[in-house]
Design a protein around this ligand. Structure first.
Ligand SMILES: Cc1cc2nc3c(=O)[nH]c(=O)nc-3n(C[C@H](O)[C@H](O)[C@H](O)COP(=O)(O)OP(=O)(O)OC[C@H]3O[C@@H](n4cnc5c(N)ncnc54)[C@H](O)[C@@H]3O)c2cc1C
Length: 381
């Protein structure tokens, strides 16, 4: 079925992004996989062509356009070339709402121009060694002392952890107040007592810097609190998680589509028993099933994008999109790998890299099990 999500301006933007990725990213990504990180320059170059912060008001350097279809275009193109090291979607899809919607004018002036230019790379620190799914179990604390907060604690698995300049840290400002005792503080590169641990060794997404962060009596100015008042952090996070989960779903469908198309081509050319492997009924049935499921997922996700743009995407809608599409992605890629035979196990075939890169999708941004909890709770049990 024809996709009708995009207008002409999105298609033009897609061409710009595609050309940029072919020139600045694709030729270097293998090296970045070996380095375990992408260079900061590729962030600035993306900033120069307007890839970051569409929703940032024009006075701070952005386009002032709130339209998630532009974000989706970037995600699809990045995934289309398997550039899993670029942390652009974390910056653009996940962090932008924190910096655009929760900042005051003074903070906007300090941070937004760099956000848009790619000179200030962002990250979010929610997860700790002892608390992931159970966000209320975090132990990082921020104690107010005059016009500062004194921050102590540790975060782990932080995307853009090494490259980031601004980290939104989730901390307890009142450990006795439950959900109302959590706040979001922006910790900046170079603050005394803020250090980074290892660039973590992962099974996939090798070019993506994922790190531990440590806070040892970091004096964070109270002016770096997000939102008008303390204690709103948990609700601010809950408000932004649907967009994060939708971004992951967009990624999931794009990855499944990309691998599926490559596999169909492979099945046309690969011969066994004197015939193309695509001529076996099993191959055609597997591909037919996957193609059907991916197309259905695509239409649900496109509808979610429209709903997000209309400010109607619910937490439950986004949870459905996230768990369903990411589970589908891992299934599709696994079946496609099987159809490649031994070549599917070789890193020179994109399906192999897609397989390891995809595994985390059902875990970060809220696990499949947590998504089902969210949906299940909506029945009012
Ligand atoms: C590559 C990568 C990048 C990441 N990037 C970031 C980032 O940028 N910022 C950040 O803050 N975090 C990030 N994370 C962390 C990620 O969000 C967490 O790993 C995830 O939320 C799960 O938390 P956990 O690892 O502590 O697992 P746990 O919470 O310990 O869960 C372990 C298992 O128990 C299950 N489980 C837990 N609670 C329940 C329940 N109530 N009912 C049923 N099952 C349950 C889970 O589904 C899971 O299967 C990243 C993780 C990875 C791997």
């Amino acid at each position: 079925m024809q996709r009708d999500l995009f207008e002409e301006e999105h298609q033009l933007f897609r061409e710009t992004v595609r050309e940029f990725l072919a020139r600045e990213v694709a030729p270097h990504h293998d090296q970045w996989e070996k380095d375990g990180i992408v260079p900061r320059e590729v962030w600035k170059k993306a900033g120069e062509i307007g890839m970051f912060g569409f929703g940032v008001p024009e006075e701070y350097g952005g386009a002032g356009i709130t339209d998630f279809r532009y974000n989706a275009v970037i995600v699809e193109e990045v995934i289309g070339i398997g550039a899993s090291g670029l942390g652009y979607s974390l910056h653009n899809d996940v962090m932008a709402p924190y910096f655009v919607d929760l900042t005051n004018d003074e903070q906007k002036a300090r941070w937004l121009p760099g956000f848009v230019s790619g000179e200030l790379i962002t990250a979010v620190g929610m997860t700790e060694p002892g608390a992931g799914s159970d966000l209320q179990g975090i132990r990082t604390t921020a104690v107010r002392e005059g016009d500062h907060y004194v921050l102590n604690g540790q975060k782990t698995f932080i995307t853009n952890g090494i490259n980031s300049d601004l980290v939104v840290v989730v901390a307890k400002t009142d450990p006795t107040a439950g959900a109302r005792g959590t706040s979001l503080l922006v910790v900046e590169r170079g603050m005394e007592g803020f250090s980074r641990g290892r660039n973590l060794e992962k099974i996939g997404m090798h070019a993506q810097d994922t790190a531990e962060l440590f806070f040892d009596n970091v004096r964070v100015p109270a002016a770096n609190l997000l939102g008008a008042e303390e204690g709103q952090g948990f609700f601010q996070l809950m408000g932004n998680l649907p967009q994060e989960r939708l971004s992951i779903a967009v990624m999931a469908v794009a990855a499944a589509e990309t691998v599926l198309q490559a596999t169909i081509e492979y099945c046309k050319s690969r011969k066994a028993f004197g015939r193309s492997i695509g001529s076996f009924q099993n191959t055609r049935f597997v591909l037919a099933e996957l193609d059907t499921e991916v197309e259905i997922a695509r239409h649900y996700v496109d509808k979610c994008i429209r709903a997000l743009n209309a400010k109607e995407l619910t937490v439950v809608d986004a949870a459905k999109a996230k768990w369903w599409t990411t589970e589908l992605q891992t299934k599709v890629i696994d079946r496609c790998l099987q159809l490649h035979g031994g070549y599917g196990y070789m890193m020179e075939y994109p399906v192999a890299k897609a397989w390891v890169d995809s595994r985390v999708q059902t875990i970060y941004g809220g696990t499949t099990e947590i998504m089902k909890e969210i949906i299940g709770r909506s029945f009012g049990f």
